[in-house]
Design a protein around this ligand. Structure first.
Ligand code: NAP
Length: 272
């Protein structure tokens, strides 16, 4: 039996073990995936212990996605550019860092019929989640991309990164009357911010808008509720969780995961 894990703090709420163990069972692959809670001050020691047990790979969640890079042997080009690692694979004894968040998010949009190509896209937030997603989506030919954030310096820095990544000029001001796709990458809507929406003016959303929230607990944030009442299509963060997980699973095991697995994970594991 080979071992996989997710490290984070807190981490016991994570659905990744259920999801990865389901895939292994379905494919008949002998891997076991567990949670490991790692406080920030113990990160270096935890990575040393994972090396020692010869773990096959592990996912990394908040607050370690940036800090973990210091303790790895190699970082993939994308993870380096995005400045964060969410997947670490042991390759011939070396720990190699990858980032499957941005591609996973994009694949979840395409899967739900919300490709960004030729669409007016609004991203709310400029933090750790918004950064790779903005860069990746900008490279997929949107008609326009606006990134809006409370702290202006952060969003300006992110627009520079987006330009450096793919040459796309994103806007920092909302100039359009409506958007085709609105994506919440802020933490407004969960935890202590439950019931709070990242926007107050809903006129930018209509029944043809797709509103996506990276948050999946609660399943329907205030933003998604208001968007649903307008008649817009709504998606929560479960799709991203599943698709980044499937990409990580492929890196961990080299296994082919069938196309219908995302649907099955959502119905048989996450919504059960
Ligand atoms: P982060 O790096 O801490 O960034 C937080 C973002 O929220 C920043 O843009 C911040 O703006 C904004 N924000 C926080 N409080 C605010 C407030 N009171 N008013 C306005 N803006 C506020 O966090 P993150 O890692 O990007 O995560 C963001 C969200 O994505 C979280 O809810 C997380 O759970 C979710 N997420 C989901 C998945 C998934 O698989 N579905 C994966 C990753 C993240 P400032 O820059 O002004 O501080």
């Amino acid at each position: 039996m080979k071992n996989l894990a997710i490290i984070g703090y807190p981490v016991m709420h994570s659905l990744s073990p259920k999801m990865h163990n389901f895939i292994s069972n379905e494919l008949g692959i002998d891997y076991f995936y567990r949670h490991i809670e790692v406080a920030p001050e113990n990160l270096e020691q935890a990575i040393a212990e994972l090396r020692q047990e010869k773990i096959s790979g592990f996912n990394v969640t908040a607050p370690h996605k940036v800090e973990v890079m210091k303790y790895l042997d190699r970082i993939s080009t994308d993870a380096k550019i995005f400045g964060a690692v969410n997947t670490v694979v042991s390759e011939n004894g070396s720990l190699v860092g990858y980032n499957t968040d941005a591609k996973g998010f994009y694949e979840s949009l395409v899967y739900s019929g919300a490709d960004v190509e030729n669409k007016d896209v609004l991203i709310l937030g400029a933090g750790g989640a918004a950064t790779p997603v903005s860069m990746y989506l900008a490279s997929k030919n949107p008609k326009s991309l606006t990134i809006s954030n409370r702290t202006k310096e952060k969003v300006e820095a992110l627009c520079d990164k987006v330009f450096g990544y793919c040459g796309f000029c994103a806007d920092v001001e909302m100039k359009l009357d409506r958007y085709d796709i609105v994506i919440n990458c802020t933490s407004l809507g969960m935890g202590k911010n439950i019931g709070i929406s990242p926007i107050s003016d809903y006129s930018i959303i209509d029944k043809d808008t797709c509103v996506v929230d990276m948050i999946y607990a609660p399943a329907e944030t205030e933003l998604l509720k208001q968007a649903r009442l307008i008649g817009a299509k709504t998606l929560n963060g479960l799709g991203m969780l599943v698709f980044q997980g499937i990409l990580a699973y492929r890196l961990f095991t080299g296994a082919e995961v069938p196309d219908n697995m995302a649907d099955r994970i959502i119905k048989e594991v996450l919504l059960k």
